[in-house]
Design a protein around this ligand. Structure first.
Ligand SMILES: [Zn+2]
Length: 312
């Protein structure tokens, strides 16, 4: 049985690693090849047959910043055969996502161009299991794809929640994950389809619900406005310590940032991480977490550099 699991794991790695080599991604001058963008970027046509709109001089018809032809509830149709296969294998417990991500020697990038105008290649799906306590806000929407760093961070966070809130008393604890990115990234309309996300295009942004442990009961499985600073400060610290992805920013409503600040009290670590938690309107019921390309310190850069501001 164990041998069979390893065979599936190796097969999974092979499927996921079967991407393009570097030479088929960039020109000799280091620019992205249009053929690569055509293959992966769902907004390629919208961008005028270019990798990104901002690489062209063409005027973009602004439709609240997003591609109208991508205005849909579900993005499941964007999935590659490899992503379908991976989903099936994790769902049938033939692959352990955290082990796979930890052992992955993927050298290829997955997030291309900017978080506001880019796309995701070979994205990895965040899949709820008994071990990660993840519950997807919209399971049928297929907007739970990220880079390996993102998927590893969420998976690890779920495992840590399970360790900290163990036992029958907390068996119903959940980590609510909203939109991350579509299977190939690109333009992503909100679930109400009134406005699109400004970012969430490269698999490096995730909406995460507030941690709400309820002894003897199940946690809510939706975003909500009840913000208990104690478990959520714990969650924030875990996020910044995760070994898979450096956290660039956490966007949150200022009222809840104040609550975190009071909870942190004299914790010396707050003096560092508070710089990377920023107010953003509309974040009164969830965190928006933006990561960099790999593990690292809060902010994803050395402390002597300025904090880079970016849109949600
Ligand atoms: Zn968001």
């Amino acid at each position: 049985m164990k041998a069979l699991k390893w065979i599936w794991m190796i097969a999974g790695v092979a499927v996921i690693a079967a991407g393009c080599s570097k030479s088929t991604i960039y020109t000799d001058r280091g620019e992205l090849l249009p053929s690569f963008c055509r293959e992966w970027n769902p907004d390629f046509q919208y961008n005028g047959g270019r990798c990104a709109f901002n690489l062209s001089g063409v005027q973009r018809k602004k439709v609240k910043g997003c591609n109208l032809s991508r205005k849909q509830f579900s993005y499941c149709g964007d999935m590659t055969p490899a992503q379908v296969s991976y989903s099936n294998q994790v769902n049938s417990s033939r692959l352990d996502a955290l082990t796979l991500i930890s052992n992955s020697d993927r050298s290829q990038e997955q997030a291309y161009l900017s978080v506001n105008d880019g796309f995701l290649a070979e994205g990895r799906r965040v899949i709820p299991t008994a071990f990660n306590h993840v519950v997807l806000r919209f399971p049928s929407r297929c907007t739970n794809f990220g880079t390996d760093a993102m998927a590893g961070m969420i998976e690890w966070l779920g495992h840590e929640i399970g360790k900290a809130y163990s036992g029958k008393k907390f068996s119903g604890i959940k980590l609510v994950v909203g939109d991350v990115a579509a299977p190939r990234g690109g333009c992503l309309w909100g679930h109400g389809q009134r406005v699109c996300h400004k970012s969430h295009k490269t698999g490096q942004d995730a909406d995460i619900g507030y941690l709400t442990p309820r002894p003897g009961k199940s946690s809510p499985v939706e975003f909500h406005q009840i913000f208990d600073p104690k478990p959520n400060y714990w969650l924030i610290k875990k996020l910044f310590h995760n070994p898979y992805a450096c956290v660039k920013f956490v966007f949150l409503d200022r009222r809840n940032i104040k609550k975190l600040s009071r909870e942190a009290g004299s914790d010396p670590e707050w003096q560092t991480i508070k710089h990377y938690i920023q107010h953003a309107a509309g974040h009164h019921n969830h965190f928006h977490v933006r990561i960099g390309s790999g593990p690292g310190k809060p902010g994803c850069f050395s402390p002597d550099l300025q904090i880079a501001h970016n849109s949600r």
